[in-house]
Design a protein around this ligand. Structure first.
Ligand code: GLP
Length: 231
């Protein structure tokens, strides 16, 4: 795992963006994350597009997760977040966007996303955040390395941290995440310090799913100084 500690959030976002765009011309499939952490990276990416320095018109995208059930018109849905922060600001083509259909039945939601992934995956460059309990996507503590796209129950602290009453989600599994060719994890803020230290220095264990990334040969971590206090 390559770990880069940056002085602050802005520098972390810029450094992660450099890694994300490094080799992007050869990438076919991009894996996108939600959450507050990648917001500046997405703005910077949109800035590059606006200046004509970058195009994602030939890329296929997958998102990591969505609350379940959720409709695309729900203001707290990850679909809304992606529309507002990413899809409306870049030239990703609508037909190239793969996103969980969280308004379908559990079985159909899982099957349709798994089928899309089987057709177009794996991901070449995967962006990731980290939960305060070490979750990646919505793979909560206890998630196993062979877990695939599925519906999960959210941990109580995840619901509190995300200020949501929603208690389930559809998520990519650890397996699909680990099958990505390159992984870029961003961690910002002191509330992530414990999870990040454990992921980097603790035992590799399902008790903290982000620790599995240590078994990935091409994973990059970008942390700001507050998230890195316990490293
Ligand atoms: C959420 C999402 C994750 C995200 C993480 C961190 O629950 N499911 O994909 O990476 O928690 O979010 P944030 O960046 O807002 O701290």
């Amino acid at each position: 795992m390559h770990v880069t500690v940056c002085d602050n959030y802005d520098e972390m976002s810029a450094a992660a963006l450099r890694e994300f765009t490094n080799g992007i011309s050869e990438a076919r499939v991009l894996g996108l994350a939600t959450g507050s952490t990648p917001l500046l990276l997405y703005s910077m990416l949109a800035g590059e597009y606006k200046k004509g320095r970058l195009s994602l018109a030939d890329k296929i995208t997958f998102n990591l997760d969505e609350y379940y059930p959720a409709s695309r018109s729900d203001t707290d849905s990850y679909w809304r977040y992606m529309q507002d922060n990413v899809f409306s600001r870049l030239d990703i083509r609508a037909q190239n966007i793969n996103f969980p259909e969280a308004s379908l039945s559990e079985e159909d939601a899982v099957t349709s996303y798994a089928k899309a992934y089987a057709r177009s995956g794996p991901v070449d460059i995967q962006l990731l955040g980290i939960g305060c309990n070490g979750h990646i996507a919505f793979n909560e503590p206890g998630s196993q390395t062979d877990s695939c796209i599925r519906i999960v129950r959210l941990a109580r602290d995840t619901m509190e941290r995300n200020s949501t009453q929603r208690d389930r989600a559809i998520t990519m599994g650890i397996k699909e995440i680990m099958d990505s060719r390159k992984i870029i994890l961003l961690a910002s803020g002191k509330e992530k310090a414990h999870a990040l230290a454990y992921a980097i220095k603790g035992p590799v264990s399902s008790a903290l799913p982000a620790s599995f990334l240590r078994r990935h040969g091409n994973a990059f971590v970008f942390a700001d100084a507050s998230a890195a206090t316990l490293l």
